[in-house]
Design a protein around this ligand. Structure first.
Ligand SMILES: O=C(O)CCC(=O)C(=O)O
Ligand SMILES: [Fe+2]
Length: 237
């Protein structure tokens, strides 16, 4: 994988992690062979261990959910062990994910594979000099999540920038082209951090730092029923 020469630092990229034929077969499986929750918006299916919201680690009372056959060849091998948790998500056109960092204390490495239609992801950090489109003092960088690409978020991109996908039906590319959204699937891979303590010291985005400073966190920032990733992700404050 190669690091993208952009801010945020720490984004590693591999194009064509799967072939178009392989991608088409996977999308067939996602559309015809999996049981998705019945609601609108972004939908998630989880594999591997279940997260325990009390300990912020793996819940030992819930058995490991085996990786299905289609998932096994899609597991990144660079970490030397398989991820503890894998999440398949479907984004119909118009769906998004609010800006967040994946909880620092719970997870160490984080990878995401994109399949189907491309989408723009916004990476953001607070800034004294920049304002975003909502007038907030934020520096925002858009990264095009092109299909079949594997992205690793490490370093700054993992710890000190939030990431999210806007709920909208089109994305505007850097050259001004307006691109319609279409169905997208992503597979997110998470490696548990042991012990569950992060030492990055970011008081805005790090749950360990906030706990040490006595700052109350907003774990349950997602609406009830909006998916089972509640607690995995931390809202940007
Ligand atoms: O859909 C993606 O590529 C990323 C999703 C994400 O940020 C997450 O599940 O934490
Ligand atoms: Fe995330």
């Amino acid at each position: 994988m190669e690091e993208l020469p952009i801010q945020p630092r720490g984004l590693f990229w591999q194009i064509d992690f799967v072939t178009s034929e392989h991608e088409a077969r996977l999308i067939q499986i996602f559309q015809n062979e999996l049981e998705w929750p019945e609601r609108s918006g972004r939908l998630s299916l989880h594999y591997g261990y279940t997260f325990d919201y009390k300990t912020f680690g793996v819940d030992p009372s819930v058995p490991f959910k085996d990786f299905p056959d289609w998932l096994v060849p899609l597991i990144p091998t660079r970490e030397g062990r398989p991820p503890e948790q894998v999440c398949l998500q479907h984004y119909p056109p118009g769906a998004g994910i609010p800006p967040h960092v994946d909880t620092h204390s719970a997870y160490d490495q984080l990878y995401a594979l994109s399949l189907g239609a491309p989408v723009m992801m916004q990476f953001a950090r607070s800034s004294d000099t920049d304002v975003d489109e909502d007038g907030e003092k934020k520096e925002v960088v858009e990264v095009d999540l092109t299909p079949r690409s594997m992205m690793q978020m490490s370093g700054d991109s993992r710890l000190h920038w939030t990431h999210g996908i806007k709920k909208r039906k089109t994305d505007t590319l850097p050259d001004g082209t307006v691109r319609r959204r279409d169905d997208r699937w992503s597979i997110t891979y998470r490696w548990v951090r042991e012990p569950a303590v992060c030492d990055c010291g970011d008081s805005k985005l790090c749950d360990t730092t906030q706990r040490q400073l006595g700052i109350e966190r907003e774990y349950r920032w997602k609406k009830e029923g909006e998916g089972t990733t509640v607690g995995l992700l931390q809202k940007a404050v």
